[in-house]
Design a protein around this ligand. Structure first.
Ligand code: KIV
Ligand code: NA
Length: 269
């Protein structure tokens, strides 16, 4: 635990070296990411990315805890944050504490993330003052997709800015150690980054944010329809298809398994 990046260390990176973050849902990818990222987020996007749900609304505490446990088995150095799923925190600070405490206790992760601005500030203060580090998340918050009427970029007219800036300030002042800015106009994300004292982590936001995050599967090329804000660093979807196609051909031709893949009898004597 001593070698692991801590919540105060992430908090102290405001205005400094950019904070490298990626989502992570599995033990094996956690091991691969561990030397290269500062923070891994077990995002509720896992409901869509690996369970095939249409939105994140159907994600449960049990799903988040199961994947949080898997990631913690692979991550030894990076800070691990687990998303609070829809319905697990909005109702009251007390319900949020109960579920956040369960996430920390059952996964061993360092912090939770929850969506919302001014309306969630009291909850963020309640959790942080009772020992649970919280990462905020404002802008395009996917758990509110039914209110937005779709995955819509926020703050593209200046009339929308004051409310979003108020959300950022409320979460920072409530004691969050970092704030995710998702899907918002670039100048607004840059302005919020200057205005608040905690690190901002951008996704579809601004290069001026204090850190960046992407869904790992998106940047690896596993999403056939990635959003504009994704840069693809690999073509793993195409690689997987090519590999499976080659394997299928080998099985059909009986060229797999080969000599090197089978067990001969032990030599007698
Ligand atoms: O669930 C998720 O992956 C997230 C990130 C995109 C910030 O919340
Ligand atoms: Na999320």
């Amino acid at each position: 635990q001593s070698k692991r990046i801590s919540v105060p260390q992430i908090r102290a990176r405001k205005g400094g070296e950019p904070i490298v973050c990626l989502t992570c849902y599995h033990a094996h990818t956690a091991r691969l990411l561990d030397e290269h990222v500062d923070l891994m987020l077990v995002g509720d996007s896992l409901g869509m990315v690996i369970h095939g749900l249409e939105t994140t609304l159907g994600v449960t505490m049990e799903m988040m805890i199961l994947h949080g446990q898997a990631v913690m088995r692979g991550a030894k150095k990076a800070l691990v944050v687990v998303d609070m799923p829809f319905g697990s925190y909005e109702e009251s600070p007390q319900l949020a504490f109960k579920n956040a405490a369960r996430i920390l206790a059952e996964t061993g992760c360092q912090a939770v993330k929850l969506e919302g601005g001014v309306a969630m500030a009291e909850t963020v203060a309640y959790l942080t003052s009772r020992g649970i580090p919280v990462m905020g998340h404002i802008g395009l918050t996917p758990q509110r997709i039914q209110i937005f009427g779709g995955f819509k970029t926020q703050g593209r007219t200046e009339a929308e800015w004051p409310a979003i800036e108020a959300d950022a300030k409320a979460i920072a002042e409530a004691g969050a150690f970092a704030l995710t800015l998702e899907g918002m106009a670039e100048p607004l994300a840059a302005k919020i980054t200057k205005e608040i004292t905690i690190p901002t982590i951008g996704i579809g936001a601004s290069p001026l944010c204090d850190g960046q995050i992407l869904v790992m599967e998106d940047m690896l090329g596993l999403n056939p329809t990635p959003p504009k804000f994704v840069r693809q660093y690999a073509e793993m979807g195409a690689d997987i298809e090519a590999a499976v196609k080659a394997y299928a051909a080998d099985v059909r031709a009986r060229t797999f398994p080969g000599k090197e893949n089978v067990y001969p009898m032990k030599k007698a004597g």
